[in-house]
Design a binder for this molecule. Structure first.
Ligand code: GLV
Ligand code: MN
Ligand code: MN
Length: 396
C-alpha cells in the first residue's frame, strides 16, 4: 500500500464529497499523528514549532538544511492530493534515498505546514506566514473560524502557546533550500505530455471579505420598496467579480463563499459576508481587479441603501522562483518543463526568504480543490523519484 492510500479514509466529507481536513480539527490532527509515526518509523526526530508546523529531521537540525514537505489540511470538500502528495512523496523519497545507500551531507527535513488552505481561519499559508513574519501574530490570534473559535483558542487546544506564535528566525535560518512537491492544479503537464515539471512562478493573489449590511426583516411582510436587502448587492458583486476579471488579461476573480446572517429562507438577511479571491499576473493587475469590484459593489450597495465594508484578509505578490535553483532542478531531472501556477503555496511564502523550488506532478483531470483532483500511481512514482533525485543532489 502506498502512503497516500494509508490515509485514504481520514477526513472524508460525506456531505460535500472529497475531504475536509481543517487545521487542528480531528481529521487533520489524525493526519499529523500519522505523519509523526511515519517519520519516527524512519528514525527521524519530529518536533512541532511554535507555529504548529511539524518538522521531521534526518540528521541534526541545523543551518543549511534541505527541506521538503507540504501540508495535510484541505479546502472544504477537497481532493486527496493537494498537500498530502507532497508529504507522502517526501517520506517515500527518504525511503528511496536510503534504499540507494545515500547519506545526506547537509541535514534533510520534512515539514508539514499548518493551515495552508486557510480553510478554517481564512488566511492561507498561515503556518508559513507566521514562521516568516508575513502576518502579525496579533492578527493571527484574532482570526476566527465559522463557529467563532479563535486561532488562539484552537492553538491552545492543539498544544501550542498562542503567546509564542510568530516569526521564528531560528527555523528560517535552518532552511538552506526548500523544495515542495505538489499535484499540478491545472492542465499544463497534460498539454506538455510530461509526468513531472518544475514551477516558474505564482500569480499575485489575495482574499478580501466584503460585508454588506442592510436590515433584517420578514420575507413576506416587507414590501420591496421598504427593503434594505444585503443579498441584492452581494449577488451583484458576484457578477462584478466576473466582469472585473474579464477586463484584465489572465486575471481570475472568484466568490466561493457567501454567508448571509442569519440565513433563513423566510428572512431578509441583516448582513451578508462575501469572500473574494482575486489573482492576476502582477500586483497592479490584481489591485485593478479588486478596485473595480469594490467600485461596482459600492454602487450596488448604495442602490439598495446598504453599507459595505471591505477587509483585505491576505495578500501575496507575484512569486518568481529562484531561476538558478529551478534550472538546477530541471536539469537534474533531465530537463523537465517549467510552468507557472495560479495556485498559492507555502513555497511561495518561503521564496521571499530562502532559495525555493516546486515540483509538479501531472493531474489528468486538471481539476483541483474538488474531489476529481487526481494523479496516476505511475506519475506519483515519477514524482517520488524526481524528488529523491533533487534532494540527493542538493543534500549530497
Ligand atoms: C491554495 O491552494 C490556493 O491557491 O488558494
Ligand atoms: Mn490548495
Ligand atoms: Mn496545496
Amino acid at each position: 500500500m502506498t502512503l497516500l492510500a494509508a490515509i485514504d479514509d481520514v477526513g472524508r466529507d460525506r456531505k460535500r464529497g472529497g475531504y475536509s481536513r481543517h487545521v487542528f480539527e480531528p481529521a487533520e490532527r489524525q493526519l499529523r499523528e500519522w505523519f509523526v509515526e511515519e517519520a519516527q518509523r524512519r528514525d527521524m526526530a519530529v518536533r512541532c514549532d511554535r507555529n504548529g508546523n511539524l518538522w521531521a529531521w534526518w540528521g541534526e537540525p541545523g543551518p543549511d538544511a534541505i527541506v521538503t514537505g507540504s501540508h495535510l489540511d484541505s479546502v472544504p470538500g477537497g481532493g486527496a492530493f493537494d498537500g498530502p502528495l507532497g508529504v507522502t512523496s517526501a517520506l517515500e523519497a527518504v525511503d528511496t534515498l536510503r534504499a540507494n545507500g545515500f547519506t545526506p551531507v547537509r541535514p534533510l527535513a520534512i515539514v508539514v505546514f499548518a493551515e495552508e488552505e486557510g480553510g478554517r481561519f481564512g488566511v492561507p499559508c498561515l503556518g508559513s506566514r507566521l514562521l516568516t513574519g508575513a502576518i502579525d501574530p496579533d492578527a493571527a490570534r484574532r482570526l476566527h473560524d465559522l463557529t467563532g473559535v479563535s486561532f488562539a483558542e484552537a492553538a491552545v487546544e492543539a498544544g501550542l502557546d498562542p503567546a509564542r506564535i510568530g516569526r521564528d528566525d531560528e527555523a528560517i535560518a535552518n532552511i538552506g533550500t526548500f523544495v515542495e512537491l505538489h499535484v499540478e492544479q491545472g492542465r499544463g503537464l497534460i498539454d506538455l505530455g510530461a509526468p513531472v515539471g518544475v514551477a516558474s512562478s505564482i500569480l499575485a493573489h489575495g482574499r478580501w471579505r466584503f460585508t454588506f449590511t442592510g436590515e433584517g426583516n420578514h420575507a413576506g411582510a416587507t414590501l420591496l420598496g421598504d427593503r434594505r436587502d444585503p443579498m441584492v448587492p452581494a449577488a451583484e458583486m458576484v457578477l462584478a467579480a466576473r466582469i472585473a476579471a474579464s477586463e484584465v488579461d489572465d486575471a481570475r476573480a472568484t466568490v466561493g463563499r457567501l454567508v448571509p446572517n442569519p440565513g433563513g429562507t423566510n428572512v431578509i438577511a441583516s448582513t451578508v459576508d462575501v469572500w473574494l479571491d482575486a489573482r492576476a499576473d502582477n500586483d497592479p493587475d490584481t489591485r485593478q481587479v479588486v478596485t473595480r469590484i469594490q467600485e461596482l459593489a459600492t454602487d450596488a450597495a448604495a442602490r439598495e441603501n446598504c453599507e459595505l465594508n471591505v477587509v483585505e484578509e491576505s495578500y501575496g505578490g507575484t512569486v518568481v522562483f529562484d531561476a538558478g535553483l529551478r534550472d538546477t532542478v530541471s536539469s537534474a531531472l533531465g530537463g523537465v518543463p517549467a510552468l507557472p501556477t495560479g495556485a498559492g503555496h507555502d513555497a511561495g511564502i518561503l521564496a521571499a526568504h530562502v532559495p525555493t523550488a516546486m515540483l509538479f506532478v501531472r493531474n489528468p483531470t486538471g481539476v483541483s480543490h474538488a474531489p476529481e483532483e487526481h494523479a496516476e500511481p505511475d506519475d506519483c512514482q515519477a514524482g517520488v523519484a524526481a524528488l529523491a533525485t533533487v534532494l540527493g543532489r542538493l543534500a549530497g
